[in-house]
Design a protein around this ligand. Structure first.
Ligand code: ADA
Length: 566
């Protein structure tokens, strides 16, 4: 499955994933050749569990004319060839990229993808880290046959206008539609925008050869629209149809949108005017059987656990997630903090000459692909990077500005670990901290949090802004219980999370919490060999989603709270 809803009625589309591909390793001693299912990670194939390097995936497809290939995720660097000709390359496992192959002859063609999960000087974001950089075609691959001009994306911004009618408010929407002309010929036609099955607007369009153009509509009244919320996650289809000069439909794109407004007011985050209380979980895309290529049913199972725990938000630590997961969050009313790809990069690592461009590309690709998801209420950047140095501050400033240019409708933040030294709180709308009292330091939680919060209020530009705890937790080895309740026991984790959650919920000015972490996850063996099992063991469930003692503690505390501050 590509999305949980139909994205085209006119454009011809075929999924090339959800099928067998030829696979072979290209580095190291003995090669490994086998047929594998895609999407997948080679760490899950027999013989390549610890393989790092390049590998080749290959399959054939039937097509003719202009072909558009879309790759939802290749981990972590990809080179793509069609019939032996290079047609695309891409860095970063977690964002979508495309290849346009014009004027293919009719018949069978060969698609090869060389994926590389090795670390090196040209990889500033995929580095040895406290999560695994898997290898493989980890998300879906689509093949489409397009005409000369196609609709690349639609961005729909919901707008709430008050005193517009008897109810005192009405929903409007503004659509931006990106059109691309892949031919050298000029194009004249019309773009038609339908909402909830009826025509909203039609606009004339002209494109020169090879031109890309964004068409922006007026603010359009969406009469039937009702708000999207965690309690009532209503979704609507927005459809763009491109007609040529003879009014023949030549392309289309269907997106799904939700009507909700996110605002910051004083120290509160408002969803449709109500003060949010975030009861969140930090979640890696990680599974012992699938690596980072979780199938839809595994994603849904994780969401079922999150909802059973009483969570109302997922933080996509530390990279953009598969849009299928975001579709599920849209449909089930789970709020999402989505962030660009970065974890714990020092100033030295931020000075990598590839860092700025790789971050900028990741932010652009993340927001371009995920703009319409109503579940995403905030964009995050640079988890625990060097926000305490002048060099780091310049990077934070540039990336916050880049987000603002791409999406002015959502607040921004960054999870900091720079205790009383962070100098970047002037840029984001929301201040966020990762803290581990009672784990990395045996400090009473309530006092530690109060001290930090008051330092932010008294000494930084983060005062009077909403404040979130974006990580807090403790480790526990599944099945390890001991009457001493020492660290790594399930008892210790349960007691510590109880104290941590209590302190966060009681902290004035705090808008909520993200527990680190949802489940135990694999880490780079070269990064933190001291992590038991080479895993991050702070999950509330283990990697097989088996509940630890803390599960019922978290559930009781999260379920006792609603989605909003009282
Ligand atoms: C940091 C980091 C997480 C994880 C956590 C931990 O807060 O953001 O990715 O590494 O520490 O488990 O120590």
């Amino acid at each position: 499955m590509i999305r949980t809803f139909e994205t085209h009625k006119i454009r011809k589309m075929k999924e090339l994933s959800s099928y067998l591909w030829d696979f072979e390793t290209l580095s190291g001693e003995g090669d490994c050749r086998q047929q594998v299912y895609v999407p997948s990670c080679w760490e899950n194939y027999p013989g390549t569990a610890a393989y790092t390097g390049k590998a080749r995936y290959c399959r054939t497809f039937e097509a003719e004319g202009n072909v558009r290939l879309e790759f939802k995720g290749v981990s972590h660097t990809a080179c793509v060839y069609v019939d032996g000709e290079k047609v695309a390359s891409h860095y970063n496992a977690y964002t979508i990229f495309e290849a346009i192959v014009p004027n293919l002859r009719p018949g069978k063609h060969t698609l090869e993808i060389i994926a590389d999960n090795s670390f090196g000087p040209e990889s500033a974001l995929h580095v040895p880290n406290d999560y695994q950089s898997y290898g493989g075609i980890s998300r879906a691959v689509i093949m489409e046959e397009i005409e000369d001009v196609y609709i690349k994306w639609i961005h729909f911004t919901p707008l709430l206008k008050r005193n517009e009618n008897a109810e005192g408010k009405a929903w409007f929407g503004k659509a931006e539609i990106n059109l691309c002309n892949v031919s050298n010929l000029d194009f004249t036609g019309t773009i038609v925008v339908n909402f909830a099955g009826h025509r909203l607007v039609s606009l004339p369009v002209t494109l020169k050869g090879k031109e890309t153009k964004i068409i922006t509509t007026e603010e359009l009244l969406c009469r039937e629209a009702e708000e999207w919320s965690p309690e009532s996650p209503r979704l609507y289809s927005i459809e763009a149809i491109l007609e040529d000069k003879d009014s023949i439909s030549v392309d289309d794109l269907i997106e799904r949108v939700g009507f909700r407004i996110i605002e910051v007011s004083g120290k509160d985050i408002l969803l449709n005017g109500k003060k949010l209380l975030i009861k969140g979980l930090c979640r890696h895309e990680d599974h012992p059987q699938f690596g980072c290529a979780l199938p839809l049913e595994a994603m849904q199972y994780d969401l079922m656990i999150a909802k059973d725990l009483g969570a109302n938000s997922i933080r996509t630590t530390h990279y953009p997630n598969d849009e299928l997961f975001l579709d599920l969050c849209d449909e089930q009313g789970i709020l999402v903090w989505e962030e660009n790809h970065a974890r714990g990069l020092s100033e030295e690592l931020m000075r990598n000459p590839y860092f700025d461009k790789q971050c900028e590309d990741c932010i652009y690709e993340m927001i371009t692909a995920h703009y319409n998801h109503p579940s995403i209420y905030i964009w995050g950047i640079l988890n625990e990077c060097a926000s305490h140095t002048e060099y780091g501050k310049a990077c934070y400033e540039a990336q916050y500005e880049w987000i603002r240019k791409l999406d002015a409708s959502r607040p921004r933040s960054s999870a900091s670990c720079q205790f009383k030294t962070d100098i970047c709180f002037g840029y984001p709308e929301i201040v966020s901290y990762n803290i581990y009292p009672k784990w990395y330091h045996d400090t009473p939680v309530k006092e530690y949090l109060k001290d930090l919060y008051e330092w932010v209020q008294d000494n930084t530009e983060g005062k009077e802004k909403p404040f979130l705890i974006t990580e807090i937790g403790a480790g526990a080895l599944y099945g390890y219980r001991h009457p001493s309740h020492v660290k790594w026991t399930e008892e210790y984790q349960a007691e510590t999370l109880k104290e941590q959650i209590t302190a966060v919920f009681e902290q004035d000015g705090c808008s909520g919490i993200y527990i680190w972490q949802f489940c135990d996850t694999r880490v780079s063996s070269s990064w933190f060999g001291t992590r038991p099992r080479t895993m991050n063991n702070k999950g509330i469930v283990d990697e097989y989603r088996r509940a630890k003692l803390s599960y019922e503690i978290v559930k009781g505390m999260y379920k006792a709270k609603g989605n909003y501050k009282v």
